[in-house]
Write a new protein. Structure first.
Length: 255
């Protein structure tokens, strides 16, 4: 069931979204050659703690997961698509890093992700990241009253496919509010004009995931969380929490 939010509730979600934005900014600034993924998780924990926010990621255990998620960020490097668990891996020159982070503040959640390179960037990685960001922007632009979830999916998927990239099967965005995952699901590809009709008060996490090799299949690591490309190609992930309003989409996780 889709849960509509009041204007006041959306303002409270914006406060949670600002915490997420600050955490992602701090993590990106800290991400240098030689820094471990655990170090980045500690940076994000510090931002959440200073804001009095909790992490909806930490301890989260959906039905597919063998263990609860042990961190406050997902840190996915190079061929890891999403859900990477921060560990001892130390960043290397040229790595492509995707960081996903959430925050719960005052009973409301925010969720966002960003991809970037460390050290000397490969041109093909920059193109992949730019396309993920363009797909996210297209999805956000379609998030207006009267459209349908399929219009967002079509906008995102069209950008990804036109660039020749893959879209991991079965993964996409979601509604968000009191909990991190609510109805409706927001696919990253599909026909326009279908699915749940968008109404003011809906809040969605829109999150394109792209694989450079153009393959939609993926594998899962033994940790039960980390998804990787089957061909070893690199991946990028971009996400914002977006409110549907009568005045157009409102990005709640922007700085």
């Amino acid at each position: 069931m889709v849960k509509l939010k009041t204007d006041e509730s959306i303002d409270e979600m914006r406060a949670a979204g600002r915490v997420v934005a600050r955490a992602l900014t701090a993590v990106r600034e800290a991400a240098r050659v030689g820094v471990s993924l655990l170090d980045l998780d500690r940076v994000a924990r510090g931002v959440l703690g200073e804001a009095g926010a909790r992490s909806p990621f930490l301890g989260y255990r959906p039905s597919f997961a063998p263990v609860p998620f042990p961190a406050v960020i997902c840190a996915s490097v190079n061929d890891a698509i999403v859900h990477g668990i921060p560990g001892d891996y130390r960043l290397r020159d040229g790595d492509l890093v995707s960081i996903d982070c959430g925050a719960e503040l005052g009973g409301w959640c925010g969720d966002s992700a960003v991809s970037f390179t460390v050290g000397r960037a490969r041109p093909e990685d920059l193109r992949l990241i730019e396309t993920a960001e363009a797909a996210l922007a297209a999805g956000i632009a379609a998030a207006v009253p009267g459209n349908r979830v399929g219009d967002i999916a079509h906008a995102v998927g069209s950008i990804c496919r036109a660039a020749g990239y893959g879209i991991p099967d079965g993964f996409g965005g979601h509604g968000i509010g009191r909990t991190m995952h609510e109805d409706p699901g927001v696919p990253n590809e599909g026909p326009p004009g279908r699915g749940t009709k968008l109404r003011p008060g809906m809040v969605l996490a829109i999150e394109p995931m792209l694989t450079a090799g153009g393959v939609d299949d993926y594998t899962c690591d033994g940790d039960g969380w980390t998804l990787r490309t089957v061909d070893g190609s690199r991946a990028a992930h971009a996400e914002h929490t977006v409110a549907i309003t009568a005045d157009g989409p409102r990005i709640l996780t922007a700085l």
